[in-house]
Every structure is written in structure tokens, then in C-alpha cells.
Design a protein around this ligand. Structure first.
Ligand code: MLT
Ligand code: MN
Ligand code: ZN
Length: 306
């Protein structure tokens, strides 16, 4: 399985347009040892021909251009056969609307995420310019679904959605009651080679299903949004703690890093990293803690083979 990181930052990216926190200022003026990152998205493929995007980030156009495997191979063509949406947050979905150039696309998501994007949303009509432009495959927890090529053939990959603690997207807050379908992680399996990728970019905290799911994977991508609960509060950037935003912080005795360090996966990689997170600085103490636990930080352009 081929895995290409298109973007590795949380919503807003790194640096974020309206952020003057020490990390964002430092990466702009070169005074911190860090690399800019676009918003999280990963491309996967069994054969290098049909590709699937895990998330359609707001920066999708530049991300596709930066990844030659995703370029058209005919006058009108795209190797992108489908898009998988882990939740309805705009940093995961907004890029769908940038794929509106009258090209058929298949989207894999829970019914909740689909409803959140299609109901009461006039902009969605741009993805319905002709019959069959956007096709949906519904993801149901615990049921494996075949990822298909543009011709409807099996691509060599299958996906299973695993519910993860999460929340209703900010723009639907108060309009939808919370549901287990709001947020999932993906187990993407290549049966022919018996390889599995776990992709869990948003996890609000531990759950019963989580560790058994992660233990099935050779490579784990996991929520690296925040190092500490009060990261935003301490920087004077708001009142919300990591848990209020449904992101399990990495550090501390109850942090996710301990859990990740105990997994048997060959590689453990953090993604969806918020611009305030000290792990973005290559020389930080927190980054050394990750290295000691053999946990990596994803970067735009990172390539892995499962
Ligand atoms: C999140 O990861 O918490 C969201 O991206 C927040 C948002 O939608 O702005
Ligand atoms: Mn996000
Ligand atoms: Zn910042």
C-alpha cells in the first residue's frame, strides 16, 4: 500500500492566517526550527493507479499539484477515485467543493457526515451538476467496504470505519444532536498483501474500540492536534481546552502518547497537528519525548509504503 501525506496540520494550517502565536510567528520569520504544513490529508493506493484521499482539505488543489501520482494521465482524467471523510469538519471536507470541475467522484462517509454536507447546503448543488457526478458509499461501523476504481472495479483496498469519540462540526453545533456517526477512524486494508493502515486524525479520548482497532494496523496515523489540554488557554488564544474540541492531548500521564508508545504497529505517525503544538519545533523537548517513544510527526510530502 502506497501512502502519501498531502497535508499534516490541523484546521487553519501552519502558520494560520490570523495567528501570531510563537510557533506561527517563528515559522514566518525563521526564528524557530519548524516547517510550514498544510491542512491534513493523506492519499493511499494499492497499485499507484487508483488513489483515495483521506480527507479533502481546503488546500486540495495545491496538495494535488504537489503530488505527481495524483496528476491527470489523459486530457480529462484524475487518478483520484474516491474521497473518504472521517468527520464533517470543514478542514476535512471543504476541498470537495474544489473538485467541482464536472468530474465524477465517489465519497465514502457515514450517513451523518453525508447529511451534514448535503442537507440545507446550496453549495452542494455544484457537485450535482449532472447525474452521477457525486456518488456516496455509506460507511457503517464494523462493516468492510470495497474501495472501487473510477470504473467500479475493486481497487485492491477495503475500508472499515471505526467510531471514535468526536463532536458535531462547529457549523452544525445546535442543529444536530451528537451521534456515533459524527466522527470515525479508518482501517484501510490491502487483502492481497495483508497490510493495514489505521487513519485516526480526530480522537477525543480513549474508547473501548480504539486500541483493538489500532492493534490491527501495520502503520498508525493518529490525532496529534495538541500536546496539552490547556495549550490554547495558556497562549491566550481562547478558553477551549483540547477535550472541549474533541482532541485527546498527547502529553501528561493521561495523554495519548503513552497509548501510542504501547502499540505494536511498525510505525506510529502523528497528523492533524495544531499550529500551537510544541512538537512542530524540531528541537523541542516534546519532540524528543516523541522520538524516545518512537512516534513520528507527519510532514507534507512524507511517503510511506505499508
Ligand atoms: C477541529 O479539528 O477541532 C476542527 O477543525 C475545528 C474546526 O472545525 O475549526
Ligand atoms: Mn480539524
Ligand atoms: Zn499559531
Amino acid at each position: 500500500m502506497l501512502i502519501r501525506v498531502l497535508g499534516s496540520a490541523a484546521g487553519g494550517g501552519f502558520p494560520q492566517w490570523n495567528c501570531g502565536c510563537p510557533n506561527c510567528r517563528g515559522v514566518r520569520d525563521g526564528s524557530v526550527v519548524a516547517t510550514p504544513r498544510s491542512q491534513a490529508s493523506v492519499a493511499v493506493s494499492a497499485d499507484g493507479d487508483a488513489w483515495f484521499l483521506l480527507g479533502a482539505s481546503p488546500e486540495i488543489r495545491a496538495q494535488i499539484e504537489a503530488c505527481p501520482a495524483l496528476h491527470p494521465r489523459e486530457p480529462r482524467h484524475s487518478p483520484i477515485a474516491g474521497v473518504l471523510l472521517a468527520n464533517g469538519d470543514l478542514d476535512h471536507c471543504l476541498g470537495l467543493f474544489s473538485l467541482r470541475e464536472s468530474h465524477p467522484i465517489r465519497v465514502y462517509a457515514t450517513p451523518r457526515v453525508r447529511e451534514g454536507l448535503t442537507q440545507g447546503n446550496t453549495l452542494y448543488r455544484t457537485l450535482e451538476r449532472f447525474p452521477g457526478q457525486t456518488r456516496w458509499t455509506v460507511l457503517v461501523a464494523g462493516r468492510e467496504v470495497v474501495l472501487t476504481t473510477a470504473d467500479g472495479e475493486p481497487s485492491g483496498l477495503v475500508v472499515e470505519a471505526i467510531p471514535a469519540p468526536g463532536k458535531v462540526p462547529l457549523h452544525l453545533d445546535g442543529l444536530q444532536d451528537p451521534s456515533p456517526g459524527d466522527n470515525v477512524g479508518f482501517l484501510i486494508r490491502e487483502p492481497a498483501r495483508d497490510r493495514t493502515l489505521a487513519y485516526f486524525p480526530s480522537v477525543g479520548g480513549p474508547s473501548e474500540a480504539l486500541i483493538p482497532a489500532l492493534e490491527r494496523a501495520d502503520i498508525v496515523f493518529f490525532d496529534g492536534t495538541f500536546w496539552s489540554s490547556d495549550e490554547l488557554v495558556a497562549l491566550g488564544l481562547g478558553a477551549r481546552r483540547a477535550e472541549d474540541m474533541a482532541h485527546w492531548p498527547l502529553g501528561g500521564p493521561e495523554g495519548s502518547l503513552k497509548m501510542l508508545a504501547g502499540l505494536s504497529a511498525r510505525r506510529r505517525v502523528l497528523i492533524h497537528i495544531n499550529n500551537t503544538n510544541p512538537i512542530l519545533r524540531d528541537d523541542s523537548e516534546e519532540r524528543r519525548a516523541l522520538a524516545a517513544a518512537e512516534v513520528e510527526v507527519a510532514w507534507d510530502g512524507m511517503e510511506l509504503d505499508a
